[in-house]
Design a binder for this molecule. Structure first.
Ligand code: PHE
Length: 464
C-alpha cells in the first residue's frame, strides 16, 4: 500500500497516456456526438473548441498543478492549500461517485453491442426501435451493466490499473484509426427519403463543421455554451479530483506545460473524430430532426445503420469498434472507481479489497436503479437546458451541470483570489519550463472563469 502511494509515472509519456486514458472515454465517443448533434453541429463544435483551449485549459492546468504541488489526492489537497477549504475536497469526491452510477450502465450498453456484432446480428441492431427495445427491457441491460461493473471492480480490486493502462497504449491509437475509417465511410453515405429528399454524408459533414446561426436566439446560445462547458468538465475528467490525483503522481521534472497541451489536443481530437463518424450518418439517415432527438441513444442507433450499409465488412468493423470503445470506457471507469476506492481507503483506513468489494455492491445497486429508469422508474421531464430527461440524464445533469461548476467555481476562487495564480504558475514554471499561456491563465482563473461558472451554475438551476 505504501508502495502505491509513492508510485509515480515513469515520465511525461507515461503521465500523458494515463491521463489521456482517463480523459478519452465514453465522454468523447458517446456523449460529445449527441450533444453536438442536439445543438445543431457547427455551432457546438466551434463553442466547444474555443472553450477547450481557454476554459478547459485553465481547469486542467489547475487540477494537475494542484496535484503535483501538494502531492495529495483531492480529498486532502484542498485542505493542504488552506485548512478552511478542506470541505471542497470532500465535495469534489462526490462528483465521480455520482458519475460512476451511470457510467457502468452505458458500459453495459457497449458490451451488449459487442455481443450483437459477434453473433452477427448487426442487421437487427440497424432496425428502428432495436435500441429502445433493449434499454426498456427488464433484465438484459442489468446483466450487461453488471458485467461491465464486475470487470472494472476486479481491475481495481487487484490494483492492476497500471496494467490496463499499458494496454491502452495500443488500444487508443487503434481506436482512433477505426474511428477515422468509419468517419470516412460516413462521408460517402447517401439516403433518399420517401418524399424524395436526398441527403449525403458530405451535407452532414458541412452541418457538423459549419456553424449555422439561423434561428439562433440568445437563450439557445447560452444553452449551447452550457452544454459545451458541461461536456468539457466531463471529457477532460476535471473538477472531480481525478486529475488532481494524477497530478500528484507526476514527477517534478516533467514538463507540465507540454503534457497538458498534449492531453488537451488528444482529447479534443478524439471527440472531433467521433463526431465526424456519427453526425454525418445521423444527418443522412434521420435528418435534422433525428439529430435533435437522438440524445444518449444516438451512437447506438446511428452507427449500426452505418455498419449495415458496409455489408459484411460492417459486421467486422462493428465488432472491432465496440471492443475498442469498451477498452476506452474501461480505462475511464477504472480511473473513476480507483479514485473513489483510494480516497475511502485513506479515509476509513480499510484495505483495498474491503473497499473495492463494498463499492462494487453499492454501485451494483445504484446502477440497477438507473437501468430501471427506462422501465419501472420511467419518467420524462424537461431539464433547464431544454433536453428531455430520464433518470440517467438526471444523474448526468446533476454531476456535470450542477456539481462540477460548483467545484470549479470554488477552485477558481481559491486559486485566483486566496492563494493567487502564482501558486499554479510557479508549479508549471518549475525547472525553467516556459508557461506560454501564463497571462491567459491568470486572467481566466481570476475573472473570466468564475463569472462564467457562476452564470452557468445559475442557468443549470434554471434561475437565469
Ligand atoms: N473523461 C471520461 C470520458 O470522457 C469520463 C470520466 C468521467 C472519466 C469522470 C473519469 C471521471 O469518458
Amino acid at each position: 500500500m505504501e508502495e502505491k502511494k509513492k508510485s509515480s509515472f515513469s515520465g511525461s509519456i507515461g503521465f500523458v497516456l494515463a491521463a489521456a486514458g482517463s480523459a478519452v472515454g465514453l465522454g468523447n465517443i458517446w456523449r460529445f456526438p449527441y450533444l453536438a448533434a442536439k445543438d445543431g453541429g457547427g455551432i457546438f463544435l466551434l463553442v466547444y473548441i474555443v472553450l477547450a483551449f481557454t476554459f478547459g485549459f485553465v481547469l486542467l492546468t489547475t487540477d494537475i498543478a494542484i496535484g503535483r504541488r501538494t502531492k495529495q489526492s483531492a480529498m486532502n489537497a484542498f485542505g493542504t492549500i488552506s485548512k478552511k477549504w478542506k470541505p471542497l475536497g470532500i465535495f469534489t469526491f462526490f462528483v465521480p461517485a455520482i458519475i460512476m452510477t451511470y457510467y457502468a450502465v452505458i458500459g453495459g450498453w457497449i458490451i451488449k453491442y459487442i455481443t450483437v456484432y459477434f453473433t452477427g446480428s448487426g442487421h437487427k441492431a440497424a432496425s428502428d426501435g432495436y435500441f429502445s427495445a433493449f434499454i426498456t427491457s427488464d433484465v438484459a441491460p442489468i446483466v450487461f451493466m453488471l458485467i461491465f461493473l464486475a470487470i472494472t471492480s476486479v481491475i481495481v480490486y487487484c490494483g492492476v490499473e497500471k496494467g490496463i493502462e499499458k494496454f491502452s497504449k495500443y488500444i487508443m491509437p487503434g481506436l482512433l484509426v477505426t474511428v477515422v475509417i468509419i468517419a470516412i465511410f460516413s462521408l460517402t453515405l447517401s439516403h433518399t427519403d420517401d418524399n424524395g429528399t436526398t441527403r449525403t454524408g458530405i451535407d452532414g459533414f458541412l452541418v457538423y463543421i459549419i456553424p449555422n446561426f439561423e434561428g439562433m436566439t440568445v437563450s439557445k446560445f447560452f444553452g449551447v455554451i452550457m452544454d459545451a462547458m458541461g461536456q468539457l468538465f466531463y471529457s477532460l475528467s476535471v473538477a472531480m479530483g481525478i486529475m488532481i490525483t494524477y497530478g500528484s503522481y507526476v514527477k517534478d521534472d516533467v514538463n507540465l506545460n507540454k503534457s497538458i497541451r498534449n492531453i488537451e489536443i488528444f482529447d479534443t481530437l478524439a471527440a472531433f473524430l467521433a463526431g465526424l463518424m456519427i453526425i454525418p450518418a445521423v444527418y443522412v439517415f434521420m435528418g435534422k430532426e433525428g439529430m435533435a432527438e437522438g440524445g444518449p441513444s444516438l451512437m447506438f442507433v446511428s452507427l449500426p445503420k452505418v455498419f449495415e450499409e458496409m455489408g459484411v465488412m460492417g459486421t467486422v468493423l462493428g465488432a472491432v469498434f465496440f471492443i475498442m470503445v469498451l477498452f476506452a470506457a474501461l480505462t475511464s471507469s477504472v480511473s473513476i472507481l480507483e479514485t473513489i476506492v483510494a480516497n475511502c481507503m485513506e479515509k476509513f483506513n480499510k484495505t483495498r479489497k474491503q473497499v473495492s468489494l463494498f463499492m462494487a455492491v453499492i454501485y451494483a445497486v445504484a446502477a440497477i436503479i438507473i437501468c430501471l429508469g427506462y422501465n419501472v422508474f420511467y419518467f420524462n421531464i424537461t431539464l433547464p437546458n431544454g433536453s428531455a430527461a430520464q433518470l440517467l440524464d438526471v444523474m448526468d445533469y446533476v454531476s456535470n451541470y450542477v456539481m462540477m461548476p460548483i467545484v470549479s467555481l470554488l477552485t477558481c476562487i481559491l486559486i485566483g483570489w486566496i492563494v493567487k495564480p502564482k501558486f499554479i504558475v510557479d508549479e508549471i514554471e518549475k525547472n525553467g519550463v516556459m508557461f506560454k499561456r501564463k497571462t491567459l491563465y491568470s486572467v481566466m482563473v481570476k475573472f473570466v472563469a468564475p463569472v462564467m461558472l457562476f452564470v452557468l451554475f445559475l442557468m443549470s438551476l434554471g434561475l437565469f
